[in-house]
Design a protein around this ligand. Structure first.
Ligand SMILES: Nc1ncnc2c1ncn2[C@@H]1O[C@H](COP(=O)(O)OP(=O)(O)OP(=O)(O)O)[C@@H](O)[C@H]1O
Length: 267
C-alpha cells in the first residue's frame, strides 16, 4: 500500500522522543480479545521485528500503528510520516511502475517532481529499467521492490512492513534483506517488520519482539547492527533458541554425526 501521509520532506525528520508510542492498547473483534494492554516504543532509526504465531495479533498492531483501523482503545501515537508495505505488493495494474510509486506522493504539488522522486527511489531499489513497465510484467521480487519504493518515496520516519518477503523464494528473500538493510542505513528511518521467521528477524532487526497472549511477551536486542559488528555465532544461536522457545517451537537436536563435505569440482 502507498504512503499514508504522502509528501516528501528533506529528511526522515528525527522527532524528539519515540516515533511510535503505544500505551494500554486493546483491540477486540467481537468476543475475541486480540491486543491486551500493549505497550511499545519505537525509537527514531530503530529496526524492530515483531514475531509471533499466526493469529497472535501482529498485523492488528501494525494496522493500529498505521492508523488503518478505527480509533484505538488506549494510546497509539506516531510522530512523522508513516508508510506501509504488505506481503502482496498491491500495485495498481493499470498504472505503470513509476506512476504506482509517484501516486504515493499525490499531495505533493508538482507532477514532474513526483515522477522525478519516484524515478530516484526506483533507482535505489534497482529498478531503473522498469519505470515504464506494467506491474504484470514484473517478477514477484521486482513487484515487491516497487512496493518498497512506494513506501520509501515519501521519506517516512516509520516504515511498517507486514510480512513483505514471505511470498518470495529463499534466494530473492536474501536479496531483499540486503536491500532493506541498505535502505535503512541510507535513510535512517525506523522500521517495524512483522514476520514469522526467526532467522529473518535476527538478520534484519536490532530489536526483536515476540507477541503472545495479546501482549509483547519478550524482547531481545541484537546490537550493534549498523556498523556490521554482528553478535558472535554462539550468541546468535542462543538468542535464536530463546526466540523459538518463546514461540513454543522445540526443534529436534541436530544429529552430531552429520556433516557437510565440500567436494572439489562438484557441480
Ligand atoms: N477485521 C477483523 N475482524 C474480525 N477478526 C479479525 C479482524 N482482523 C483480525 N482479526 C482476528 O484477530 C486475530 C489476530 O489477527 P492478526 O491478523 O493480527 O494476526 P497475525 O498475528 O498477524 O496473524 P498471521 O501471522 O497469520 O498474519 C485473528 O484471530 C483474526 O482472526
Amino acid at each position: 500500500m502507498a504512503s499514508l501521509t504522502p509528501s516528501r520532506a528533506t529528511s526522515a525528520a528525527a522527532p524528539s522522543g519515540p516515533v511510535a508510542r503505544v500505551r494500554n492498547h486493546d483491540r477486540s473483534f467481537g468476543d475475541t480479545h486480540v491486543l491486551r494492554s500493549v505497550d511499545l516504543d519505537i525509537e527514531p532509526g530503530e529496526f524492530v521485528a515483531l514475531l509471533g504465531r499466526s493469529g497472535c495479533g501482529k498485523s492488528t498492531l501494525l494496522r493500529s500503528l498505521a492508523h488503518l483501523d478505527p480509533p484505538p482503545v488506549g494510546e497509539v501515537e506516531v510522530s512523522g510520516r508513516t508508510s506501509v508495505a504488505f506481503q502482496e505488493p498491491r500495485l495498481l495494474p493499470w498504472r505503470k511502475v513509476q506512476e504506482n510509486v509517484a501516486l504515493a506522493l499525490l499531495n505533493s504539488p508538482e507532477r514532474k517532481q513526483r515522477f522525478e522522486l519516484a524515478e530516484q527511489t526506483l533507482t535505489e531499489v534497482g529498478l531503473t529499467d522498469k519505470l515504464d513497465a506494467w506491474p504484470l510484467q514484473l517478477s514477484g521480487g521486482q513487484a515487491q521492490r516497487v512496493s518498497l519504493a512506494r513506501a520509501l518515496v515519501s521519506n517516512p520516519a516509520l516504515m511498517l512492513l507486514d510480512e513483505p518477503f514471505s511470498a518470495l523464494d529463499a534466494l530473492t528473500r536474501i536479496d531483499m534483506h540486503q536491500l532493506v538493510i541498505e535502505l535503512w542505513r541510507r535513510h535512517s528511518m525506523a522500521i517495524l517488520i512483522v514476520t514469522h521467521d526467526v532467522d529473518e528477524a535476527i538478520a534484519l532487526a536490532d530489536r526483536v519482539l515476540v507477541m503472545d497472549g495479546g501482549r509483547i511477551a519478550r524482547e531481545w536486542s541484537i546490537e550493534p547492527r549498523r556498523d556490521d559488528r554482528a553478535p558472535s555465532k554462539p550468541e546468535i544461536a542462543r538468542i535464536r533458541a530463546e526466540m523459538l522457545s518463546a514461540l513454543g517451537v522445540h526443534p529436534t537436536p541436530a544429529n552430531p554425526n552429520r556433516k557437510a563435505v565440500h567436494k572439489q569440482g562438484a557441480a
